[in-house]
Design a protein around this ligand. Structure first.
Ligand code: AHN
Ligand code: ZN
Length: 337
């Protein structure tokens, strides 16, 4: 009798335990239900609004710089243009810092150096750096005969990258992305001598060792150099590939998706010295260079350091390809923060 009772009790325990487990199981299933993903049909595709680049506006900014005259360090045109650039960035609501120093060039001359920096959303810790040099080389030393060593306009070599970035500044001031963006116009990039190491990019060298804000960092940087001439090609440049191949592939992928594959080619070229080298090496910010280079001729654009680097060779459709690519990069990055 006792045995039967105890067996019954035993059974009751087992039933109770099973009941508890079942209820608990159902509840945790419910909890799981809540956590699980919604059905695929409810997903909306992510649409990123990217403002359109205005190539005429960019062209005008290039032309306006050229109209100051060659922006040769120490000249009136150089000083006047620096004031105009700072004023333009300020007019688009960017925080402007003018980093001033004295640079000694390879020929032992001293010049006032002005790096002009515009910070959009200065408080954001997620930042993109965009840069270009704004000075003009004082001598057309790739010309022969009467034009050798004459000053030149630097419409492509100098003004084009700055023109694209001023239009980017205008567009972000309208569209107001949440990400932070710094636009830096480096001075004294072009007063170099190819036989002398480190004689180029004096403004970028100074900035990389004296950041305008202590501890400044950006996710990545993009340098523009000679981005406005007819027939431009932008192969993947060696220094950019060495330090930041992931950024090169991201930017070239975006350019190709937007239909600019004829310009943004998949050729890779040997490493070159330009402002981005110092941003990478000394400031430790991965930075790429979009630079007009002819991979088969192993040379820059045809009018490089010649008096023919003037407005006649500036093609708004090239400025447009570079500008629209940059805006797509910025707004895709912004959507991911
Ligand atoms: C050299 O010629 C070694 N580097 C300078 C790159 C450059 C000049 N970009 C514009 N002008
Ligand atoms: Zn140059």
């Amino acid at each position: 009798m006792n045995r039967i009772v105890s067996q019954l009790l035993h059974h009751r325990y087992i039933i109770l335990i099973l009941l508890v487990i079942t209820i608990w199981g159902c509840q945790s299933e419910k909890a799981n239900d809540k956590k699980s993903d919604p059905p695929l049909s409810t997903y909306k595709p992510v649409t990123i609004n990217v403002p359109p680049f205005n190539k005429d506006s960019a062209y005008y900014y290039v032309k306006h710089q050229v109209e100051f005259g060659p922006r040769i360090p120490g000249s009136k045109a150089h000083l006047e243009c620096s004031e105009w650039l700072a004023e333009k960035l300020n007019s688009y609501g960017l925080d402007v810092t003018i980093q001033k120093s004295v640079a000694t060039t390879f020929d032992k001359k001293k010049f006032d150096l002005y790096n002009i920096i515009g910070s959009y959303n200065p408080k954001s810790t997620e930042r993109i750096l965009l840069c270009s040099h704004w000075d003009t080389r004082p001598f057309a030393d790739r010309d022969e005969g009467e034009n050798y060593n004459k000053p030149f306009d630097g419409a492509n070599d100098g003004a084009s990258g700055v023109g694209v970035l001023l239009e980017i500044a205008r567009q972000i001031s309208i569209a107001k992305p949440a990400i932070g963006i710094d636009i830096i116009f480096f001075d004294l990039e072009d007063y170099g001598n190819s036989a002398i190491d480190e004689s180029w990019c004096l403004g970028a060298q100074y900035w990389a060792k004296n950041l305008h804000k202590p501890g400044y960092y950006a996710r990545f940087g993009i340098l523009l150099d000679m981005v406005g001439a007819k027939g431009a090609t932008f192969p993947k440049e060696g220094t950019s590939m060495y330090y930041a191949s992931g950024i090169v592939d991201k930017v070239w992928g975006i350019a190709q998706r937007k239909g600019y594959g004829e310009m943004f080619t998949n050729q890779t070229t040997s490493p070159t010295t330009d402002d981005h080298l110092y941003v990478n090496r000394d400031a430790n910010i991965p930075c790429i260079n979009i630079v007009h280079y002819n991979a088969s001729k192993r040379d820059y654009f045809p009018h490089h350091h010649r008096v023919t680097d003037n407005m006649d060779n500036i093609d708004p459709t090239v400025l447009d390809a570079v500008g629209n690519t940059l805006l797509q990069v910025i707004f895709e990055e912004n959507a991911g923060i």
